[in-house]
Structures are given as structure tokens and as C-alpha cells.
Design a protein around this ligand. Sequence first.
Ligand code: CUO
Length: 676
Amino acid sequence: KPLEPVFTPKDNGKTAFDLPQDYYTDRYKPIGPELNSRFSDDIENRVSLVPVAPPDLTFAASLNRTAGFSLFNQKHKEIAAELIRVFMNTPDASSLLSTAAYVKDRVNVYLFQYALSVALQHRPDTRDIDLPSIVQMFPDQFVDPSAFPKAREELALVSQENRMNIDIPPNFTANDKEAEQRVAYFREDIGVNMHHWHWHLVYPGEGDREIVDKDRRGELFYYMHNQIISRYNVDRICNGLERVKPLNNLRVAVPEGYFPKIIRSSNNRAYPPRHANSMLSDVNRVEDGTVVELGDIERWRDRIYQAIDQGYVVDLSGRQISLLGSDGIDILGNVVEASALSPNRLLYGNLHNQGHNVISFVHDPEQKYLEEYGVMGDVTTAMRDPIFYRWHCFIDNVFARYKKNIAPYHAASELAYNGVTVTSVSVQIQKKNAPINVLLTYWQKSDVDLSAGLDFGSEGNVYAQFTHLQHAPFDYSINVENSSNAPRLGTCRIFFCPVNDERGTPFGFEDQRKLMIEMDKFKVQLNPGMNTIRQRSNQSSVTIPYERSFRRIGSQYQPVDPTQRAQFQFCGCGWPQHMLVPKGTALGAQFNIFVMISDYELDRVDQPDGNNVCNDAASFCGLKDQKYPDKRAMGFPFDRPYRVDRLIDFKNLGTNMAIGEFKIQFSNTIISRTAA
Ligand code: CUO
């Protein structure tokens, strides 16, 4: 494991690097040997770097070392693609380590972290490296910075055994005069934002084909963000808020304000806020390479609408590429995002990314005030802002227009699975004598280690406690009859959706369809006769466990045996397990659970079984280095409209579907993770 120490920069203060003299920047060259010996007393790991030919980094010079780095900025993306190439092209792991050590002090800090993380994920010789969590590297982008002075004080003055946890209060960006604050727990959840950052790390939009061209990445861009919007809407309904309104009109005031209060610790500048009722405008920031007119965005939108309505896009050579095949949604995803796989970025432009940019520069579109982008300009922070959901709701509606134009599923040949009858479905929390069909949610306090991001040369760790939504773990119980006399295979697809809207009126099918949140998807074998399928909530195909989001090897709660290391390798893409269940209400919000067992012959993807420890959120993140493991369109069977009035009518299209009803009851109490 020669690379490991690069990514344990503190490692309780026990790792140091012997840098070759040339690696120091000019400022530190004269005192290089002194710096090398500075930590010599109690070092356990001393890493000697092999000299490598220093890469030419002039391509990165235009991005200031401490400025923000945005994956929505074309120039930044191109610089990142180049740096990823540098890291990918080093011949072996130890020269990668040395190259990284050389590059680290010479390029933008966020760029370095992103590009190296992408390279590590994609190189065959570094795939198993344990990446530190982004929240530990850059806690400033995830937590209220008022926690930092306290954390520094603890680190500097108090010995490890006497250190106290620093409390990060929830609701630090607004109070309840702002109605949107009711869903701040969702928007500002650390795990939710980490997931989003990781998704974009796993699916870069720019760079060489080997990095960008992953199986169905355009479709997954659509589906993963679609599910974020559905989940957000469901939580809004639980909180008595209307569903989010798409940002269709860029030329009227934006009522939602947002004051992020987080800082970029690289330069100690705050992320700028957006005042309520701000007007978007053309952005003309030549220096940082963001030049876009609102009219551009509108033209790209209209050209994409035209392509959807015509059923094809036109590539750079004028050739028509049909959108009507099963890969149509994938092509469209790449067009809309827009990734490097878009067949024609001249014609269809850069719709989604430039929307982020126009919003994120609303406070300084002309670069007059030398302000950088707001939180919408960065995948690490974008989901904090209410406007994120309005913009992505608009983007989702573009895809919805496409889905509406293609034929609905054929009930007999695509939805039904003859001979398979789901007779009942229920949920129950994992506690003795728990009532059936009642799920519980509550607040929980958990901790995150901030010390790696607060490097003051002190040893040890300091933990910050944050409050997040949590639910009691539960089981699904599904009874299925196989009336044939041979075993059959199926895919069990589980969705939740609310029964009533925010005013208590029951939803029809079309509304419920758009609010379906995927809870789990797994393969089942059905023996002849009756079968009972039990599945635990924490095995969900959309989530990753808390430990995967927040823990490096070991923690104050859960020291990990080195032999278990593989399980805890940081593969941080996945919806956080603690946000699996919507919040519900104090009186109990009524929900439907929908289950379908689809015919595995129509679902199966033939590929060798990958030995992949990062596969537990495959629905949202795919499988590393493999094909997406489900042949159906993502979101099946609810990705396309169907002409029925009620969910029950849809269910009745096949015996292989069932609906249950349950409540989600929210208790306004805080339970600490140690007690839970
Ligand atoms: Cu993930 Cu807009 O794509 O934020």
C-alpha cells in the first residue's frame, strides 16, 4: 500500500513525507531540509518520495490556488480533465504518489483534491485506496464555520481524552420566519451533500472517454437527480409545503433567498448570499471564463424541446441520432447536462451547467465586486440552496417531456409477470411487538471528525456533533405466490409515495407517480407455491451506511479491525441511510408502499460478477467498472405516464404488483447515536 500515506495527511500526526528538494515551491526551497525533519520525533510512517519528472502545470495557472473550483465552469472542468490526465498517465502507484506530492502545492486546492480523487477511482492500481471523506478534508463546505474556532481551541489546548464534542446547531442559516427553513434539514444534510459531490466525482462530465463514458451515465444523471427532486417534494409535503415550482422563467424575480454562512477556508471568504427577489441576468465574467446570456439558455432549452418533439438530435456533422431507442434518455441526459458525450454542444449548448452558473453569480454577474460564485456554483454545496430544487425541477421536466412522448409500457408484455402474484406487502420496525405498518422518524445527533480539515499541527481528533433526521430500522415483508411448478426469478422493486397532498387531499395516479421514491431493488428467487420475502431497510439499493459517509477507518464509536478494512473503504456515492425515510408528521403521514416483482428475464444484464465492495447504492450510483445492473429504464415502472386514475388501477394491470398502506410518525426528540 505505498500510496496510503498521501491520503492520511494527519493520521494522528504520525505520518511525514520526505520531499525531494525540488518539490518545494520557491518560498520553501531554502528551508526544505528543515521542514523535512520538523516532525521527526514521533513519526511512525515516514514516506520517502521518488523524484519524478515534474509535470508541466501551466494549464492550471489561470485558476488561483485558493479560489473556488466549480464543476459547472467549463474552464475549470477542462483544467481538471488535464490534471486527471496527468495523474492517470503516471506509470505506477509510487510515481503517482510523488507526482501528487509535487502538484499539491502548485495548483488550486479543491482542483487537486477532485482530480486526484477521480484518478484514484479510475486507475486499476489505486482503486482500493481508502480516500478520506470530503467532509473531513473540507469541513468548511459542509458545516457551520462557527464550530471551527471552538474546534481549534480544543485541538490546541485540550488533551485528546478530555476533548469535548463541538456542537453544530441545526437551522443555522435562517429561522422559521422563512417557510423554506422547514426543509433545511434535507438541504443542508451533510450526507446528502456528500452524496451529491460523490456522484459527480464518479460521473465526471468532462475529460477523456475512459473517465466520462460510463454505462448509461446520461440516464443516471436524469434519474439520480429526478429522485432527489421526488424525495425533496415528499419531505416538503410532510412539512406542509407545496411541491417545488420549476424555474421555468429566468426573467422574473426569484423569491427564494439563501444565506449560506459557510466559508471557503482556502481564502477565508464567505460564499455570497442571494437576497430574496433577486433578478437573474446575463453573466459576463471574462476573467473566470463564465460568459453566458439568459437568451443562450432559453435557446438551448428550445432546441432541446424541439429535438424531443422531433424524436432525434442532430450531431456536429448534421446526422440525425434517434431518441426513440432505449438509449434515447441516455443521449438526452448527456445533451441536457451537458457532458462531453453530448453529440452537439454547439447546437444544444450547456443548459444545466450554465443554469447553475447564472444562478450562482446573481450577486456579481459582471465580476465588479470580485466575488466568487454562490453555493449553486459547486456540487459540494449546491443542494443547500432552495433554488437548486427549482432549477433541477425544471431540468426534470425536460426529461418528463421526453418520457411523455414515448409509448407507455405495454401492460401484458412489459409490466405483468404471469404466474407471479404478490398477495400482500407490509413494513414493520425491527423491535419486538412493534405495530405493523408504522414507521418512526426522529432527530439524531452524530459526530464527524473535523481534525483533518483543521490542520494546526496538533495531534488527535476533534469531533463535531450535528443533528440529522433518522428513522428506526425496519423490515419489508412481501408475500408472493409462484403458481408455476418451477422456481422463477424476479426483481423486487419497492417504492414509497404519500397518499395525500400537503392539504390532505388524496393524490391521483399521475401525481403519485411523480412522487414515487425508490426504496430498494433486489433479485429474488421464487419457489413454487407461497414465498415470504423479508428485506431489511438498511440493505437498500439506494443508500450507503453512516460509516461509509462519515467514517474513516475506525471511530470513537466503532474501532474497526484492519481485516474489515475493505468494508469501510470510502466509496461515498449513495444516498445517506439516515435520509432513506421521509420525515412524516407528528400525527403520522399516510403513505403507500408499492411493490412489483418484474420478470428477471427482462431485467437481467449479463456481465461477470464484479468483486465490488462499493455496490450497495447501485440504484443511484451504478456499479464501479460494470454495467448498470438493471436493463429496464431507470425508474421503471414509473418513469413513463400511464392512463389510469388511481394507483390501484395501475397495480391491477398485473398480479405481480401490490400496494400497502402505512404511516410515518415523526417524533420531535433528539437521540444521540451512542444511545440509539
Ligand atoms: Cu448534480 Cu445540477 O447536477 O447539480
